[in-house]
Write a protein that binds this ligand. Structure first.
Ligand SMILES: [Mg+2]
Length: 254
């Protein structure tokens, strides 16, 4: 029997009458929920995986809107892009004569922000809707990355974009980069279309992006900074002198 006879009648009344207290994430405090289940012989908790998706979405919005108690997406983006800018200065200052320094940038959630569409989709990633958003070319620049981009240009550092977006989105992507303020970049690498399902399955993002960085190095450039919001943007050879991971708790790309 679940009822704990050791609980006094008064304590039990308080437990059952009080609403669940709220945890920091906006949901019910797990400890008070468990205490209620322990005290109340008519109340049964299921076995369920955590965390709760609805609560995670609340936390994502708070992070994106900078209304969380101690976390702010824009501030974290600025911190990482400012760090990249300092490292870029140092790398250029110590470069050897004749070297061709390069900055490599990912696009989505690195150079351009899809936050407007992500919130519209309630973080659901609805493929047709998201593709329509990409083709609209309305994504704004991530401010810190645009500052880094312009700083690199002023230092004579060549900028390359490497994105997981498919070739079919090239025209829209170029138009969006231009409208967002990215001018004077060297090249844009996009995922080639493939009809071979086996090839597609084994060609991971990291493999594809590594190969594209290899082409840049083969062309005589030294990649001093590589910036991306996914670890798969940064993994694999050749490494940049410095790899800068931007925050992105909104989606994961292996
Ligand atoms: Mg990205």
């Amino acid at each position: 029997m679940k009822f704990r006879r050791s609980l006094s009648t008064a304590a039990l009344f308080v437990l059952l009458a009080a609403p669940f207290t709220t945890a920091q994430n906006g949901g019910p405090d797990p400890a008070t929920v468990q205490a209620r289940a322990t005290a109340d012989s008519t109340f049964y908790l299921p076995s369920e995986p955590t965390p709760n998706l609805g609560l995670l979405k609340i936390r994502l919005r708070e992070y994106a809107d900078c209304t969380a108690p101690s976390a702010c997406y824009a501030r974290d983006l600025d911190a990482q892009t400012a760090r990249a800018s300092v490292l870029l200065d140092a790398a250029v200052a110590h470069s050897k004569p004749g070297e061709k320094p390069a900055l490599v940038l990912d696009i989505d959630e690195t150079s351009l922000s899809n936050m407007e569409q992500m919130e519209r989709e309630d973080y659901g990633y609805i493929v047709p809707d998201f593709n329509a958003w990409v083709l609209s070319g309305k994504a704004p620049a991530i401010p810190g990355t645009l500052r880094l981009f312009n700083h690199a240009q002023s230092l004579g550092v060549t900028v390359f974009f490497i994105t997981g977006r498919p070739e079919s989105q090239r025209a829209a992507t170029i138009a969006n980069l231009n409208s967002a303020g990215y001018h004077g970049w060297k090249s844009l690498s996009m995922q080639p279309a493939t009809s071979n399902a086996v090839t597609a399955a084994v060609t991971t993002t990291a493999t594809y992006k590594s190969a594209e960085r290899g082409k840049i190095v083969a062309a005589g450039y030294r990649i001093v900074i590589n910036v991306g919001d996914q670890l798969s943007d940064l993994d694999g050879e050749p490494h940049a002198d410095y790899s800068i991971k931007l925050p992105n708790p909104f989606y994961y790309l292996p």
